[in-house]
Design a protein around this ligand. Structure first.
Ligand code: KIV
Length: 274
């Protein structure tokens, strides 16, 4: 008799159950090869709209479209079997109304097979979060520094560094949690505020430039692998893939220019005539 192990994806309630327990491990992921490498080690993969900058060289996330998100999310789903995959709703795809948000979120879920979506905004998005979760779309919130607001804020500004800002951000956190989100990203936030939010709300907080008190962390994978020459200051680089890739490409270029083609030697030898 053969014993089969059924690999099942991590579910939304399982992520939700991390609240106050084992920290949630989360990285961004945009393509199939890296999804395969990450899959056994992270709880959650985020197909973030940061892919606009990382993969497509844009200056902000504002130029990212729903089609771009769907293309990358499909690749991540093909490369993974286990981690929960959450897909960012890009700028312009959800703010207009809960119904528009639902139509676009349903497209993401149907076309990619991903489990959940993430959207930016606190109190102002609470009605939409409630509408989506009531209709079968799990939502991850995102408050604090919300990159899609770059022009309104005049830049990528950290939040909560004066106590005067706290009531609004605390209200955002409670609104997202009460509306039914299963987790919330706290980005670019003063440490004591992120810790207070984590203590106060019922859902897990996932920090990025926030606080070690959060219920988990998310990093942009390329930042922690050393592919970004100017990573944010809170990022620990666990590898230096940028310099490693450059050294490998330099060695390859030298080989080719010196007419050394190591892999090409007699790859397909002639067959003897019958
Ligand atoms: O787009 C993204 O990668 C994100 C993370 C930075 C949280 O939203």
């Amino acid at each position: 008799m053969s014993v089969q192990t059924q690999l099942k994806r991590i579910t939304v309630p399982e992520i939700r159950a991390h609240k106050g327990g084992a920290p949630i491990v989360c990285l961004t992921c945009y393509h199939a090869h890296t999804a395969r490498l990450l899959d056994n080690h992270v709880d959650l993969m985020l197909v973030g709209d940061s892919l606009g900058m990382v993969m497509h060289g844009l200056e902000t996330t504002l130029g990212v479209t729903l089609d771009m998100m769907i293309t990358h999310a499909k690749a991540v789903m093909r490369g993974s079997k286990r981690a929960l995959v959450t897909v960012d709703m890009p700028f312009g795809s959800y703010e207009e109304s809960p119904a528009v948000a639902f139509r676009n979120a349903a497209r993401v879920i149907q076309e990619t097979g991903a489990t959940a979506i993430k959207l930016e905004g606190g109190t102002r998005m609470a009605e939409t979060i409630h509408y989506l979760t009531q209709r079968g779309v799990p939502v991850m919130g995102h408050i604090g520094l919300t990159p899609q607001m770059v022009h309104v804020k005049g830049g990528f500004r950290t939040t909560g560094r004066t106590e005067a800002e706290w009531p609004e951000i605390l209200a955002d956190a409670h609104a997202v949690s009460d509306a039914g989100a299963f987790a919330v990203v706290l980005e670019g936030m003063a440490e004591p505020l992120a810790a207070k939010i984590t203590r106060e709300i019922a859902i897990p907080t996932i920090g990025i430039g926030a606080s070690p008190a959060c219920d988990g962390q998310v990093l942009v994978m390329e930042d922690m692998l050393g592919l970004n020459p100017n990573p944010p200051k809170f990022v620990r680089q666990y590898a230096q893939l940028g310099p490693a890739i450059e050294a490998a490409v330099q060695a390859y270029a030298e080989d080719v220019r010196e007419r050394r083609f190591p892999g090409e030697e007699n790859v397909y030898p002639m067959k003897k005539a019958q």
